[in-house]
Design a binder for this molecule. Structure first.
Ligand SMILES: *Cc1c(COP(=O)(O)O)cnc(C)c1O
Length: 451
């Protein structure tokens, strides 16, 4: 099965929660204390199904920058999602999976010219722009491109804002459409992004309305405006279902009002964090501890040093304004909580994951787990000080996967490589028996799966 080729996936007989899975892994491989992710592939499949159910008119194009883990890309490719790529490397990653170029939107309004030529070479014809120079650049390097005009949004209530960097205001947008007409570049639609970690559905509603007005102007100029791209910004953490549904309902209503089915406009979105945030649970090991006494209050303060930090997975603390929440894995600890800080493993003082939180007394070799760590973590991590960040270890229950495969197998996805997998029907009932030694999981030739 292509999805697992070369990848350390574990298909379990029964459903597992990430925390149980982490416990098992640690129990089995006690000597290995490197940080790792328990990646719940079922969670990603569920997100996809929920998306299709909540917004049946909107085709998701997963934003690769959010987490470019090859297995996530393969899985979403298999499930039939499209992709939002922002560079040559991201485009190449998708193309190399054998996914056809018409499922990619090159959604970076400011592109290096050689990347535009690369897009032409591999046939990625849909791309965004928001300024006149970009229009000229695309005309010069890929005159047959289908371009999408990115308009500005009110992203003041989003955690990560983009409007100071991208998006044409409505007046500029009209001017750009006229300019495109003049140089004969084909504008096919409008896109926007309401900011990442968007907190209100109103931002989407307003942007859809503005897109309608710009697309009508484009139609008037003689373009055939048939694509609306509503961007990303959808919540992805555990417990945000209700909020996601609320946004979806508002979007559906706005679409029905401004872009009814009869309009023939194709609608896509570019969700990133929605798909991956909750699927990744990071397990870190405490490598050192210190006890300090605050001279002013005489209060005891604990310092925990763990083996992944802000140069690694926790770069989201700096770049994504994320506040990660630590949970000790140990269950049998006394109720007393201490004020503590948690630090990464590098020699930099900046490498602080959280400067003040409350945890019970823990010791070296204990584990701390962190939920909702799939978005903007791995993709921005580096191995500073030569210290590796968490490696993903994927899991999914076999009966679930069988159902998903059955439901999605007929989708038109072309893969270039032959499908190959190892079968082992001899395994026992215990999940332990189904797990390979950790060393084997890192062997890219041995598919690390037993079905
Ligand atoms: C980052 C980005 C996304 C994804 O945003 P999320 O908030 O993760 O959904 C989508 N589209 C564009 C153009 C982006 O820059």
């Amino acid at each position: 099965m292509h999805l697992i080729k070369d990848c350390p996936i574990i298909i379990t007989k029964a459903a597992f929660k990430a925390e149980e899975f982490i416990r098992k892994k640690i129990e089995l491989f006690t000597k290995d204390c490197d940080p790792f992710y328990a990646v719940d592939l079922e969670d990603i499949c569920n997100k996809h199904v929920r998306w299709l159910t909540a917004m049946p008119r909107v085709t998701p194009h997963y934003a690769v920058k959010c987490n470019d883990d090859i297995l996530v890309l393969k899985l979403l490719g298999f499930l039939g999602a499209g992709f939002d790529c922002a560079s040559k490397t991201e485009i190449k990653k998708i193309i190399d999976l054998g996914i056809s170029s018409d499922r990619i939107i090159y959604a970076n309004p400011c592109k290096q010219s050689s990347y535009v030529r690369y897009a032409k070479q591999v046939g990625v014809e849909t791309m965004t722009f928001d300024n006149e120079q970009e229009l000229m650049k695309i005309k010069e390097n890929y005159s047959d491109a289908k371009v999408v005009l990115r308009i500005v949004t009110d992203d003041s209530s989003a955690v990560c804002q983009f409007s100071m960097k991208f998006g044409a205001d409505l007046e500029t947008a009209r001017f750009l459409l006229e300019k495109a007409k003049e140089i004969e570049l084909d504008v096919i639609g409008v896109s926007f992004h309401c900011g990442s970690g968007q907190m209100t559905s109103q931002a989407f509603v307003d942007a859809i309305k503005n897109a309608r007005s710009i697309m009508s102007y484009g139609d008037k100029l003689g373009f055939d405006m048939k694509l609306l791209d509503i961007g990303g910004g959808f919540p992805g953490n555990t417990g945000t279902d209700e909020y996601f549904t609320e946004i979806a309902v508002a979007i559906n209503r706005a679409l029905d009002e401004h872009f009814p089915v009869q309009s023939g406009v194709r609608i896509i979105a570019e969700p990133g964090r929605y798909y991956v945030a909750s699927a990744y649970t990071l397990a870190t090991n405490i490598i050192a501890t210190r006890e300090m006494t605050d001279p002013a209050t005489n209060e005891k303060k604990l310092m925990y040093y763990v083996n992944d930090g802000v140069y690694g997975s926790f770069n989201c603390v700096l770049y994504d304004h994320y506040i990660p929440e630590p949970t000790p894995l140990k269950k049998d600890i006394s109720g007393k909580q201490y004020t503590c800080s948690i630090w990464g493993p590098t020699c930099d003082g900046l490498d602080c994951i959280t400067s003040s939180t409350c945890l019970p007394k823990l010791t070296t070799d204990d584990w701390i787990i962190w939920k909702n760590m799939g978005a903007y973590t791995i993709s921005g991590a580096v191995q500073f000080n030569g210290i590796p960040f968490g490696k993903p270890l994927y899991f999914m229950a076999k009966p679930f996967w069988d159902n998903v495969k059955q439901a999605f197998e007929q989708r038109p996805v072309q893969y270039t490589r032959a499908l190959k997998y190892r079968m082992n029907s001899e395994c026992g009932n215990e999940v332990e028996d189904e797990m390979l030694p950790w060393e084997d999981l890192e062997d890219s030739i041995l598919p690390s799966i037993l079905i």
